[in-house]
Write a protein that binds this ligand. Structure first.
Ligand code: SF4
Length: 65
């Protein structure tokens, strides 16, 4: 599983980070999302990654299989 973030949609709420802090970070300045894994999310973090996707009110995160 990979996560794609659309930074044009990200509003910096940080809800993804609250849901899954091991998968999502935010930039210091504008608070935009940083997906910690450029490639595949480790298997043990896939559920958390999916929770983060669901938590985003801007639909800025997408699961890419
Ligand atoms: S929840 Fe969505 S809009 Fe908020 S920081 Fe995360 S990706 Fe961006």
């Amino acid at each position: 599983m990979r996560i794609r973030a659309d930074l044009a949609k990200c509003q910096g709420h940080g809800l993804c980070r609250m849901s899954a802090p091991d998968v999502y970070g935010v930039t210091d300045d504008e608070g935009q999302v940083i997906v910690e894994f450029e490639g595949d999310v480790p298997a043990e973090l896939e559920d958390a990654a999916a929770l983060g996707v669901e938590s985003c009110p801007e639909l800025a995160l997408e699961i890419v299989e």
